[in-house]
Design a protein around this ligand. Sequence first.
Ligand code: MFK
Length: 558
Amino acid sequence: MGFIQTAPVLANTYLDDRVLRSWLRRVLPAQVLADHEGRLGEFGELAANEWYPQQLAQRHLEPRHVPFDAFGQRIDHVELSPFWREAPAIAAKWGLIALGQDDWLAQHGRPLQFAFNYLFHPSSELFSCPLAMTDGALKVLQDSDNKALIDRAVPRLLSRDPKQFWISGQWMTETSGGSDVSGSETIARQDERGRWRLSGRKWFASAITSDIALLLARPEKNPAGADGLALFYLEPRKSDGRLRNITIDRLKDKLGTRKLPTAEIHLDNTPAELVGDSKHGVRAIAPMLNVTRLWNAVCAVSAMRRGLTLARDYATRRVVFAQPLIDQPLHQETLADLQAEFEGMFHLTFYAVELMGRIENGQHDDASVHLLRLITPIVKLTTAKSATHALSEVIESFGGAGYCEDTGLPGLLRDTQVLPIWEGTTNVLALDVIKALKQIGGLQHWLTAIRTLTSPITLPELEGVVKQVRESATAVAEWIQKRSRSRDELPAGARGLAMTMGRTLALALLAQHAEWSFRTEHDPRTLHAARRFARLGCNRLTDTVAIEARTLSSDIYA
Ligand code: MFK
């Protein structure tokens, strides 16, 4: 037998993660971190050495839809992968939802909850998806005035007891639109007993095995358009496990997220509860979207971290041209760029997580609430794009091996490619940033955040970085100012604007952490990351030229 290449090895994903651990040391009180470090280490061990190998070994075991039983009875059974059968119990036991609302942890609950889920995502066969939706549903129900639904569902969603724990779906998308839900065709009617019943077709019902779902439907006398939609709650299954007036037409044949059972379904007089108002369903479900968008970002940085860890380990084991890859200057440049990009995206994401924790635990002043409203779509779209690019580079860094399914790497890329799509595409979220800017009265909260982060920085090594952050922030303000009176220019350039705002904030956050880590931990690595991220650049602002865009997008010369 000739040469055999050693495979990359995944170490304990918590103990091995300098960036996460350093961030937790900065943001959590020492006692809170000390109380949880053991469990984070245990969880990181399971993620690396139990769940990830199981996922690789069982990569062919995808969910299967069994529409009929042997005698022709419609059963719509969905067979799940072994890990998916076990995952709800893991989530309950480890408090993957409950931690975020632990009274005792107060604002520290969210950072801890998302730290665990960040460790979980790339070893979870995308069970992070129903967890995100569960967390979002929890928020919507808790914010509603519907005491009956709160009493019924909230304790289940927050339960740490696997027998009690429920997960939620979020069924918004219809054939008429995923981004624009205003044309939703599902109709809600009240039966003779006044109970709501829904009929229609949902086109992307993810985690179809969920215990509950939140969805939009139009009460039959309501007007067309988004405002006429209302938010409903339903429990899809009866106590015997059979679906309740729901037919699964088929499971989606998706590019990635293949362990996640996403279904096309029909509702036929399916009983449901109105969550609140019989109109304004989009407004009512928006808090759920904002939670899942943050989860999306956490999953993006988590996937970046997993890919990078494997690529780095592989580079220490792979010798070419008489030298380990890790010692070769060009490969070092490639991995260093990825690491800097990852660190920027990590701090951007977890800044939003920390802000959410503070707002939910008392700091609900207008400035914080407005800042979170504005940065949520920015964080989601910036991290999702960055992660898809990073995972593509990771694959390439393995050469041909990275292109082979049994390394597990192609799956990592495919699962990441969903992140810029679901929960709002990059363009839809960029337009949401424009809407948010209008709602909250402009840039001032974002500019204040940038100033607050950079003003205390005194390390001379960060002078250039801080200068760049400030120049980029000024460029953003000027760009908006110049286009504020144009009807089309602002939306046409929204993607570049949102990316620039995301990257500028990320750089400010990297600088803040670099200063802290250098002074407190005597570790210069975040400093290096900040300077490199600065060289990768923040400014993605574009001068849009309408005639060019019209001509080239249609490729018609008129
Ligand atoms: C692993 C992590 C992720 C896991 C999740 C996986 C699950 C996958 C399943 C799915 O993909 S579910 C589908 C996800 N779908 C979307 O994310 C929809 C994307 N489209 C949008 O976000 C559009 O912008 C939107 C549908 C919201 C636009 O609809 P409209 O009809 O033009 O609404 P409009 O006028 O923008 O907003 C209506 C109201 O909602 C307004 O309030 P008012 O009625 O008081 O004026 C808005 O302010 C409010 N609103 C909209 N978006 C908001 C919001 N409020 C707060 N935050 C937001 N993000």
